[in-house]
Design a protein around this ligand. Structure first.
Ligand SMILES: [Zn+2]
Length: 60
């Protein structure tokens, strides 16, 4: 059984930009660099409950 992909949040350590990724729909949209300051050193972490709900609401 494959493990279903879990959402995660990417956060920029420089400018504070963050984006919650839902792998099912966003698999091709995972940024490798911060779109705001071009920092390639993005932090990947589990999203908080609020961020998951927010991500569903705004569809991003
Ligand atoms: Zn940044």
């Amino acid at each position: 059984m494959p493990v279903p992909p879990k959402p995660f949040t990417q956060e920029c350590s420089k400018c504070g930009w963050k984006h919650t990724v839902r792998p099912v729909s966003d698999v091709l949209l995972i940024p490798v660099r911060c779109p705001r300051c071009d920092n390639p050193d993005l932090i990947r972490r589990r999203p908080s409950y609020f961020e998951q709900v927010w991500s569903k609401l705004i569809g991003k």
